[in-house]
Design a protein around this ligand. Structure first.
Ligand SMILES: Cc1cc2nc3c(=O)[nH]c(=O)nc-3n(C[C@H](O)[C@H](O)[C@H](O)COP(=O)(O)OP(=O)(O)OC[C@H]3O[C@@H](n4cnc5c(N)ncnc54)[C@H](O)[C@@H]3O)c2cc1C
Length: 300
């Protein structure tokens, strides 16, 4: 199919884009990389009167490190983030996860802001932003808001963004260099959307000669209407030594707590098994990494 008729507008500045969004409200749709929007236009799932292309807002195509955060402009493409030396040095989990998204051709065009605004519950970036406690800068003609990733995702393809607002920046706190991390997903074929995925970060603290988990973060995707943060599982680990008994207890609780919707590819029970099993593997990897980073620090 072909899209319905629309007027294409490509503003050159952010204020111009915000003015257009304010003027046209729900008659307008933003296009960034077009990797999710174009299929929706072609199938006429959406039929906007105005298509506002933000690809010329080059100040939103930038990655910068400042004051303990990495700032990523909303139109920065996956491939740019994956190859950024700053990101590789301070947020190595980010390029690792991006490699799981679709195929190179899609990563060449798709943008981080597009993925977050689209809010597909099976997308990697929304989950990762919840895991890393990111904050989003949301701009409109009259104000700029900072919204934590935890409050941004409201449901499948639904976010806190209003028609007149533009996601402009993503701010990710730089984690401790000794933080352990791991991510894994299960997809039927390489490049497909994953059925389920899990990300874990672990920070270790030494107390009374023991290695204790100081801060553990757990996030999942594909098993809820939004990406999930599992705070109850995190508190099981925080302040404790890592043990296989604790991991087994967490695995059991995850299986009980998750309530995924069945879909054409898998039943709810299958997804619960998948996510809880991936969790044990990822938790083990993140813990191992944190220990090796901390042992290296102690020896040096
Ligand atoms: C075959 C295929 C496989 C894919 N596999 C995966 C996968 O495995 N994992 C994954 O995560 N994704 C996958 N995708 C989706 C891909 O990652 C998209 O690039 C991404 O979802 C949207 O980014 P985009 O820049 O292309 O946004 P667009 O398609 O341009 O826009 C998406 C939506 O976000 C809105 N929008 C865009 N930018 C902004 C902004 N700055 N502020 C406010 N609203 C905005 C648009 O209006 C639109 O509603 C796949 C896509 C295809 C076609």
């Amino acid at each position: 199919m072909k899209p319905n008729r629309f007027q294409y507008i490509a503003p050159e500045t952010i204020p111009e884009a915000l003015q257009l969004l304010n003027l046209y409200q729900s008659d307008a749709k933003i296009i960034s990389g077009g990797q999710s929007l174009m299929p929706m236009l072609n199938y006429r799932v959406i039929q906007p009167k105005y298509l506002i292309d933000i690809g010329r807002l080059l100040e939103l195509d930038a990655i910068a490190k400042q004051d303990g955060v990495i700032e990523i402009g909303a139109i920065t493409r996956y491939v740019t983030i994956e190859n950024s030396e700053v990101v590789q040095q301070f947020l190595p989990l980010l390029p690792e996860v991006i490699r799981h998204i679709a195929h190179l051709t899609i990563r060449n065009r798709g943008t981080i802001g597009g993925s977050l605004s689209h809010a597909d519950p099976a997308s990697e970036m929304p989950m990762l932003m919840r895991l890393l406690d990111a904050t989003f800068e949301i701009s409109s003609e009259n104000e700029t808001l900072m919204i934590p990733a935890n409050d941004f995702f409201l449901g499948p393809l639904r976010t806190a963004l209003k028609d007149h607002q533009l996601l402009t920046k993503i701010l990710i706190p730089i984690p401790d260099a000794n933080m352990g991390w791991a991510f894994e997903e299960f997809a039927r074929r390489s490049g497909d959307y994953a059925l389920a995925a899990v990300g874990v970060t672990v920070e270790v603290k030494q107390a009374a000669g023991k290695n204790l988990i100081h801060q553990c973060r757990v996030a999942m995707m594909g098993v809820g209407d939004t990406p999930l943060r599992l705070s109850q599982i995190e508190s099981l680990f925080n302040g404790h030594e890592y043990s296989s008994e604790l991991v087994a207890q967490a695995q059991e609780q995850i299986f009980q707590d998750l309530d995924p919707r069945p879909d054409l590819q898998s039943s709810a029970v299958f997804k619960k098994h998948l996510a809880s099993h991936i969790f044990t593997k990822v938790m083990h990897q993140a813990w191992g990494r944190a220990l090796s980073f901390n042992t290296r620090k102690t020896l040096s």
